[in-house]
Design a protein around this ligand. Structure first.
Ligand code: ATP
Length: 358
């Protein structure tokens, strides 16, 4: 296993890039800890596959270096990097049994037969395929085949990292949850460095210790699921994480107050003079309907989403979503919203600002 370091890394698919916009990956410096479970999350086209391909060696970056531990692998081929990869679609040998499919990477490296038998048995149990070991892979469902691919990715103990590229795409929705949970326990038990690419926030948040959120070729935040929820470093993270995402309201920031259309909000912390477009961000879960406290809103719609209701409102044309607890009536006299001051984030040109003591 290895720590992965990205040094001044950037990539453009153009031969002669001129500006930032020409780079699919903007310059980044990151250290991914040995044994960490990372998810690379972002919408289509943000650069996830480009970054994964640079780490796996399928793509040479146009700038910067990749280190595995202390070794510079920037110019090394994929085969030299000692990594395992699991792709969107299962890669299994149909004519082989499940056992032989799982054993393949170990036999290739001429491991001891007893070790192979033990290890294959162990992995088969973890992926719930121990009763299928003597079956040929041909004829198995796509789910079962993808489980074999996951197992094969996991079978070697000596890999530097395991890279997963949207591995649950072909999996039935009800199985996804089970496989995600299995992957998590496989990580806990085997301790490999894992990088998991997805555009699905639920997959990222349930799998990873650290989620790496990408937007427009940049890593905009690398944090725990809790950090992404509570203190999104960029408005994209606020909007992308959560269902629905964070409320973002244009505001003029004056010390510890935000002036928003229709009222003034106490921020609970002091901010200096901020340049650019300034906004406050507050999760619908921390937004409260009131009878006159806070800023005025017009309620547009109430949606019942099971455990709670979601109120879609507007504050002078800006959308505001409010999570209302089960059982609380949404009556006509609820005309305003207030925000929990310690849950408010302040943004200048989309980046989160740190508040100081009042
Ligand atoms: P998706 O989830 O759709 O796979 P992604 O986040 O993995 O998206 P990338 O595939 O890394 O994003 O693409 C990042 C940017 O680089 C996009 O603008 C894409 O059009 C561009 N790009 C990707 N591959 C190439 C290529 N081989 N040649 C030129 N441009 C490319």
């Amino acid at each position: 296993m290895a720590r992965i370091t990205l040094k001044n890394l950037a990539h453009s698919y153009l031969p002669d890039p001129k500006s930032d916009a020409d780079f699919a990956l903007k310059e980044m410096d990151h250290v991914w800890e040995d044994g960490g479970a990372y998810a690379l999350l972002g919408s289509s086209g943000c650069g996830k596959t480009t970054l994964l391909n640079i780490i796996s060696g399928l793509l040479k970056p146009s700038q910067g270096r990749v280190l595995f531990g202390d070794r510079d692998v920037t110019a090394a081929e994929t085969a030299e990097r000692n990594i395992a990869q699991v792709f969107q679609f299962p890669v299994v040998y149909d004519t082989m049994t499940v056992r032989d499919n799982l054993a393949f990477p170990l036999r290739n490296r001429r491991m001891d037969a007893q070790y192979i038998a033990d290890r294959v048995g162990h992995v088969a149990r973890m992926i719930g395929m121990e009763d299928w070991l003597d079956r040929k892979a041909r004829g198995l469902t796509a789910d079962a085949k993808q489980k074999i691919s996951l197992g094969r990715g996991m079978v070697r103990e000596d890999v530097n990292a395991i890279l997963f590229d949207e591995p649950l795409t072909v999996i039935d929705p009800h199985m996804k949850w089970e496989l995600r949970t299995q992957l998590k326990s496989l990580h806990r038990e085997f301790g490999h460095t894992m990088i998991y690419v997805t555009h699905d926030q639920t997959e990222a948040l349930t799998f990873a210790d650290k989620v790496v959120v990408m937007y427009d070729g940049r890593v905009v935040q690398m944090g725990t699921p809790e950090e992404l929820f509570e203190t999104p470093a960029h408005t994209f993270v606020g909007y992308f994480i959560g269902s629905p995402g964070m409320n973002l309201l244009d505001a003029r920031i004056e010390g510890r107050h935000a002036r928003i259309a229709g009222g003034t909000i106490d921020l609970g912390a002091a901010y200096g003079t901020l340049a650019g477009r300034t906004q406050i961000g507050i999760r619908p879960e921390y937004t409260v309907l009131t009878r006159g406290e806070g800023i005025p809103v017009a309620i547009r719609r109430v949606e019942d989403v099971g455990r709670h209701r979601l109120v879609r409102a507007e504050a002078e044309g800006q959308p505001v979503n409010i999570v209302v607890p089960e059982g609380m009536p949404v009556s006509d006299d609820l005309t305003h919203v207030s925000f929990q001051p310690d849950r408010i984030n302040v943004y200048a040109d989309d980046w989160r600002m740190q508040g100081g003591r009042v």
